[in-house]
Design a protein. Sequence first.
Length: 191
Amino acid sequence: MQLAYVVTAFLACLAAANPVVKHEPFATRDLPALKRGDGDIKGTKAYQAVAQWHNSLDVGKWYVFKQTLTEKDYTATQKAANEQLPEEVKNLQKKLGFAHVWLVLGKVTERDGWRHFEAKAWDLTLSRYRGPSDWNGPENAGLAFLGKTDKANDADKFAGEYKKAHPKFDVKDNNCATYVDAMEKKLEPQK
């Protein structure tokens, strides 16, 4: 009988030392950057969007993302605009596997208990280069983490150099994908 008490006490000590983990939804486990010791950190829409794709975002660091829009992600307005595109551009979209891509570069900041992802976006359309323009979240497009960068201050310079070397859109040599790829190489993101 005394052995039963010893075994019970031993098992109770084990349970206290290594408790059964309470089930948490998948999203909460994957986003440790949204929690800290003194409570939850609230994040803006843009911060929460990027935190889904990369789970350890540090305040004060710069991050590079690539955002793609596929035909299935189109809104009604985008569908109508895409139908007006030249056939060679539609063929390029099929070849690339997406309709459009742009580069997102942002810095994580924290103010008043809120995390922010203050970001700019660069892209190229048929008629013009766009950016840097404010980026407030992915809306209806996919996002891919490229890495951290310490070359964020040079992004506008890189974009300007690229525009001078490639003044107009060309399906083969200067499209949204080639522009974003060139910007990505210049920013040298590190995973």
